[in-house]
Design a protein around this ligand. Sequence first.
Ligand code: AMP
Length: 208
Amino acid sequence: MKGSIVLFGPPGAGKGTQATRIVEYTSKPQVSTGDMLRAALSNGTELGLEAKSFMEAGELVPDGVILRLISERLKMDDARNGVLFDGFPRTIAQAEELAKIAEVSAVISIQVPDDSIVQRIVGRRMDPETGEIFHVDFKPAPESIVNRLVQRKDDNESTVRNRLKAYHEQTSPLATWYDNQGLLIRVNGEQTIKQVGDEIFSQMFSVR
Ligand code: AMP
């Protein structure tokens, strides 16, 4: 597939989890603005500092900051055949700017109702060594690595509610925006990881 693919959905929908399989299949690199911002923050860069208070409050980081990150990332060599965006774009303004600098071939919308989101996010844990995401109930980590797992600072209930609010107010209108361009693929995110992946693959690439 030519061009870039966008993984779209509320926080905790499983975008990062599904990204792994799509990256393997398409060889397009995953570009997660959330991961890039967290890296900037832990490296103490100026951009990280600019983003910090928004992230901790569960609000969207201003478009200008995000677009600076993305335009730098897309200049890199591995982005020339398109990338897999995860968590970007999140506003119509971001999508409009993206359309000027890259071609979007498909937008995969992973649909999960609000009721499930909080439970999913609050139980989410990450292995800092591999970046793999686990869940205390739905995807328990092997006993041997449980002690090194970490929880994201913004994965607590009150921040999640703000992130959901930002999603509904600023991000979800993008689904209609992309649907009007014939790019939106809807997938039921309330299934097992494998079933969600299979649905993505059968709709996108006609394979399972
Ligand atoms: P994520 O890892 O995608 O859930 O992102 C974590 C946080 O980073 C979000 O709650 C926002 O504060 C910020 N963020 C990530 N991507 C974007 C984006 N495209 N636009 C604005 N803020 C973002």
